[in-house]
Design a protein around this ligand. Sequence first.
Ligand code: PLP
Length: 380
Amino acid sequence: MKFNTRAIHAGQAPEEKTGAVIVPVFQTSTYAQQSPGVHTGFEYSRTHNPTRDALEECIAALEGGNYGIAFASGLAAEDTIMHLLEAGDEIVCTDDVYGGTYRQFEKVHRKTGLVFHWVDSTNPENVARVLNDRTRLIWIETPTNPLLKLTDLAAIVEMARGTKALVAVDNTFASPFFQSPLEFGVDMVVHSTTKYVGGHSDVVGGIVVVKDEALRDRLKFLQNAVGAVPGPWDSWLTLRGAKTLGIRMERHFQNAMAVARHLEGHPKVASVVYPWLESHPQHELAKRQMRGMSGMITVYLDSDLNGSRRFLENLKVFTLAESLGGVESLIEHPAIMTHASVPPEVRQALGIHDTLIRLSVGIEDIEDLLEDLDRGLQHV
Ligand SMILES: *Cc1c(COP(=O)(O)O)cnc(C)c1O
């Protein structure tokens, strides 16, 4: 089955008893047993819940994986993955990751004895240089947040072959519609479903998708043992959002492309970063491993911090807010907002300057979006 059909049907057969076309919200914590230990496969909702099961099966199908393991948030998914590791294990990470990922790895997991190597993975040689026989995980985010740098998935998988390292890819910025890391031989795909998968800025969630059954079993054990699961309502909302993922992504791509081209020619804009622009240094790689790009665009204004503030204060359609991937256009200032937890010297080294603005282009009418941006830029 193709993408949109999977989004609408995978894991979502009509309910057996009533024929309800939509997977019900199974708002229950526990399930009746016929005799001690004799049950329907459902015992307790931390372990299994039919609404969550449907979500897991659907997103697994969209990623081209065999198993989905859902969590209460993207960071809960990441935390559970880290429980696969033990003290002394080494992890190689893309340096330009989501701020919350950086904070969790550095402030929570480092003190448990895990050893992190932050590298610019846009050059796979930087990953190779720190790989050793204690490396157990390679954590790749591509495209990255907020600089939209790409990592060559085929090259990383090739490098990990023959080592004991698993490869995990945070696919949140591309969405399953535009990038399928499992096809490249990656072991785990991670999403903050809060973003494009849910798509309506109304629910927080995360998921891990894998192909391998043994890895699924380890993660399922941890999902239950750690307990950071999404409730049935959140699972249901995410599943409802996922049905339209394909058509939303087509529109995000179309709008973002138009915004990127428009801003590229604007005198108040110093540069535009978008992997589908020919000017992106990794445009060829983007075309090789992605089928298109989401609504995420990063721009450097030809101004300063005050100029950035005036621009952001004078927008009417774009909402100044953290998060991304919803139907509505959002805009934010990474240095002050999403990436405040990244130390200033690291931000400078990465290029997260005061004139850097991150856009999450929504699916509104493009004329209104361009007009709004032009209005804001007049105040720069
Ligand atoms: C938002 C985000 C996360 C964290 O997910 P939450 O659902 O907010 O916990 C991880 N990675 C990326 C790329 C994100 O954008």
